[in-house]
Design a protein around this ligand. Sequence first.
Ligand code: NAD
Ligand code: ZN
Length: 340
Amino acid sequence: MKALAKLHAKPGIWMADTERPEVGHNDLLIKIRKTAICGTDMHIYHWDEWSQKTIPVPMVVGHEYVGEVADMGQEVTGFKVGDRVSGEGHITCGHCRNCRAGRRHLCRNTTGVGVNRPGAFAEYLVIPAFNAFKIPDNISDELASIFDPFGNAVHTALSFDLVGEDVLITGAGPIGIMAAAVARHVGARHVVITDLNDYRLDLARKMGATRTVNVGKENLGEVMKELGMTEGFDVGLEMSGVPVAFRDMLAKMNHGGKIAMLGIPSEATAIDWNQVIFKGLVIKGIYGREMFETWYKMVSLLQSGLDLSPIITHRFEVEQFQQGFETMASGQSGKVVLSW
Ligand code: NAD
Ligand code: ZN
């Protein structure tokens, strides 16, 4: 089958002819229709330090997708051939304490589709049926293909009550922008989002941010004054992974504020702990999506009118994958979707 694979231990990604994966007793075989390119795929593409340590070569990568069930193992129930599905990319062990308590997102033995095992940039993908999620008819293939990062945004944004609250989002990458849309949809008051990239800030404004701040040109403190915010933000969503953005967020939180952290800093980061202690801040780390509460919430948010479609800014046939990866690398895009 046709697949996009990391064939060599160097920058790039290659179209390859690979074996169709074998379907185990508890697995689904999914015929892929659309895939989206994630920031993680860009790390693998650029072959950074993390990828060199993590990604086996050769391997098919990718974990954002939608497709249809083509075959299934003999133990699988609840699915039939032809069902349209996306899937949770974190494969959990099922036997650790958290798994057994139904807190699968806290499994200590998680492995990743397209990271530790063959991924979705292929004509066919195999995952445990447990990880598959059926997509309702009124949700498009395109939107279903980005449920993985949309789920990161939803998990993070809905970690704390946002109704009537003032929310600061640092980082207007695709996930930060989707989080802004979710925050506004569920009833936040000010949804302020920061970045250094005007293309992305413009997209965030279109999708529900009430104020965008290019921190290269504007001062966040001044913006808060302009908005009449005399105390500080109630909720912070850290979605840049950039230490200076997190430090600025801590300084701009109100006492008793709550922060959900999704962005992954590339190295150990020092912060002013006095901000955390004397303000009584709550800081929560976020990894992946809740299984499967986040998935149900994603469907309900879309069905209750959340318009996520502007986040998909570029579409390519899979043969044009090189252009797709270059578009993502340029920073002048939202999500990039490839059709198989
Ligand atoms: P992204 O890299 O596209 O977005 C990050 C944004 O931060 C970029 O637009 C960048 O311009 C911006 N930025 C850089 N410096 C900034 C600053 N000083 N202030 C504000 N913004 C700044 O990433 P993404 O795909 O949207 O993901 C967001 C973050 O979440 C990344 O760090 C990613 O690694 C991480 N992530 C975590 C999980 C998880 O499970 N915890 C899952 C997916 C992604
Ligand atoms: Zn587990």
